[in-house]
Design a protein around this ligand. Structure first.
Ligand SMILES: C[S@@+](CC[C@H](N)C(=O)[O-])C[C@H]1O[C@@H](n2cnc3c(N)ncnc32)[C@H](O)[C@@H]1O
Length: 254
């Protein structure tokens, strides 16, 4: 039987070995790719333990890592490459792709700053330009946004939201009025409806959570731009599927 990812992780200094559920997800999604000639980029190297773990898990893969700090990784195979720079720097991200791939990465993992605006910046650039179609983008530790001590985290405040019949009736009334498409009146009714339905649900869009929620909007591009019900020129999502787990997310490019 082949060595599991958890057994490999245990050999190296990587905090992934502390997160069994991450390793289980990685095995589930990456197991079928194990013998492929994959190109993997991980943002956030630290001591290099995870790069060595991926090197051993993918015996034919090329493993690239990027960190804002210098990182020396003890690899004798020549299959591990490291790059120094901030995760939001498109130039260093493009250099990593040019030096390690001919047509983009198969897997990109963001285990880096865990700061929403920075993670979004790398995602926007890498997902669109340096990830193969069908490739996986993994975001680790998106739960940092629930921690008040984290740079862009804040306490989750959940006030119980209750169903209200009068509010619901008023919303339906406004919607009906808006659909009549009477000039000015229609726009006004739509605006009032928006006010009525605003904050019907608990809302936490700080840091990494805000970023992950934006990805849901991208996943819904087809509905957002629906020819009859949506707005803007119709287009499908650039995301084929998205799997959310406790503190980690797998996003497959369409
Ligand atoms: C959690 S550690 C990475 C752990 C490693 N992936 C592992 O599994 O063993 C996060 C790393 O991200 C780096 N980092 C933090 N902010 C960064 C940024 N804006 N750009 C690039 N690297 C950053 C830190 O220097 C640190 O080494």
């Amino acid at each position: 039987m082949r060595e599991s990812l958890a057994d490999i992780a245990a050999r190296y200094n990587t905090d992934k070995s502390l997160h069994r559920h991450y390793l289980e997800s990685y095995e589930r999604y990456f197991g079928p790719l194990r013998d492929s000639d994959i190109r993997l980029l991980e943002l956030g190297i630290k001591d290099g333990g995870s790069l060595l773990m991926w090197r051993d898990y993918f015996p034919s893969g090329v493993i690239a890592g990027l960190d804002i700090n210098p990182a020396a990784v003890d690899d004798s195979t020549g299959r591990v490459r490291t790059f120094q720079g901030p995760q939001q720097d498109a130039e260093v991200l493009d250099r990593a792709a040019a030096e390690c791939t001919s047509d983009g990465f198969d897997i990109i993992i963001d285990d880096c700053s865990h700061i929403g605006v920075l993670a979004r910046e790398s995602f926007r650039h890498l997902f669109n330009n340096q990830l193969k179609s069908g490739g996986w983008y993994v975001i680790e530790d998106w739960g940092t946004a629930y921690w008040p001590s984290w740079v862009d985290g804040a306490e989750y405040s959940s006030k119980e939201k209750r169903f209200s019949t009068p509010l619901y009736r008023a919303t339906r009334g406004m919607n009906r009025l808006a659909q009549l498409q009477i000039p000015i009146m229609g726009g006004l009714a739509q605006a009032l409806k928006k006010l009525l339905i605003r904050r019907q649900f608990n809302h936490h869009d700080f840091g990494m959570v805000g970023f992950v929620k934006e990805l849901i909007d991208e996943l819904a591009a087809g509905d957002r731009t629906h020819e009859r019900f949506g707005v803007g020129p119709h287009r499908l999502s650039s995301i084929a599927e998205m799997h959310l787990f406790h503190a980690h997310a797998f996003i497959r490019k369409a």
